[in-house]
Design a protein around this ligand. Sequence first.
Ligand code: AHR
Length: 495
Amino acid sequence: MKEAKLHIEKDFEISHTDDRLFSSFLEHLGRAIYTGIYEPGHPEADEDGFRTDVLKLVRELHVDHVRYPGGNFLSGYDWKDGIGPKKDRPRRLDLAWKTIESNQFGIDEFYDWSRKAGTKIMASVNMGTGTPKDAGEMVEYCNFPGGTYWSDLRAKNGHKDPMNIHLWCIGNEMDGPWQICHLDADDYGKKAREAAKIMKWVDPSIEVVVCGSSSREMPTFPEWDRKVMEYTYEHADYLSMHRYYENQGNDLDFLASFVDMDSFIRTLAATADYVKAEKRGKKDFKFSFDEWNIWYQSKDEPHDWMEAPSILEDNYSLLDALVFSGLGMTLLNHADRIKIACLAQLVNVIAPISTQKGGIAIRQTIFYPFRYLSQYGRGTVLQPVVKTPKIETKHGETPLLYTTAVHGDDDTVTLFCLNIGDEEMKVDIDLASFGSLTMTEHLCMDGDDLNAKNTFDNPNRVVPREIAPVAGTFKTCSVLLPKQSWNMLRFKVEK
Ligand code: AHR
């Protein structure tokens, strides 16, 4: 058995979490929208064609914002195709995913869906084929109170009151050569700056996110980020970060993915600090990690032009859920710099929720670590002092025990603990700075088959299990974490 020690000090605060850290993403891609959240005629569809079984699962995830409508799709999308009477909307080629877009769902439908889901909108504007003028017009359509062409058209289309969308992404992954009308950092930096100016002139209350590197493996990383922050320092609020992980064949390296994500964030924080110094500025550029997940990109298959094809529908294993939990914890451990994070994506496409066309909706394995992080990860993130065995992985020195500690506003303490080792681990926990505590819950995801998955035939094959909490009132305690396991330990501070 391995042994580790955790010392949690109440005053070692990293930051209070921003609710937007628990956000997600829906793109016009595959079956995310069509037969995902929107399926008129489905037995569980409501009067708007929204699947109520899916809405229920989205609410269970406590999702804050949902980024929409893309993604790579965004860079060829004209938002004006998706408004007005549905029968008049054009069917278009989507060049990003080689599919056919029916435009039966657009910003008005997404606004109605968001209200039912209890989520807020993180809208994105096209910086590929789109112009800063189109971007400003979309802000006018969504947010301007009335008495102008676009705001009156919104009222005519059923939304008299402004949508008040506060958060806007200016383009998507514009550093990537795969992007429709990809730009270099200088061209994108100038275009994004001008778009931000126009959008904020239309609605000065909005916040905007500019494109950072689409992964740390891009040859232009981190030069791209430096230049984009230099061009937009005075006008943008956040720089985006994207990162996906895939098992390359070594489970331990895969489990250690959080080390890579941590170093990606540190590098960009340093880059942002450099730009701040260069600008003699006061503002710390903050980050929007608006795409993160596991994605078996190498297994994606080519397909013909189709409407809503089943693409990027990864079926996640227990191992994927463990890796995923480490990524989510890393985001919280950087809550001082990362203010927004979007699990990419939400339904069917690399997602925690999967649907059958005309059938049921299920929770994938990754649903659970997100659900509990989102429910109990809100509060003040603390910097734990950790003594843990370490190993070498392809990402460098890697702790076997990875932890996130959150002091809830309701005077609870929640510890998320990932044991990536192949042995059980005894962890001594010192919580004395809180006074006396009781332990209310120990949830765990583990199992002998790391490849186990939830399927439509067996949707509850991988679910968290309860372990008996430590009894009594205490200042310190010891817990056992099974080999290769995700754990959530919850404590209540006694008065
Ligand atoms: O989320 C899937 C795709 O990943 C998005 O469309 C794109 O932004 C990223 O490359």
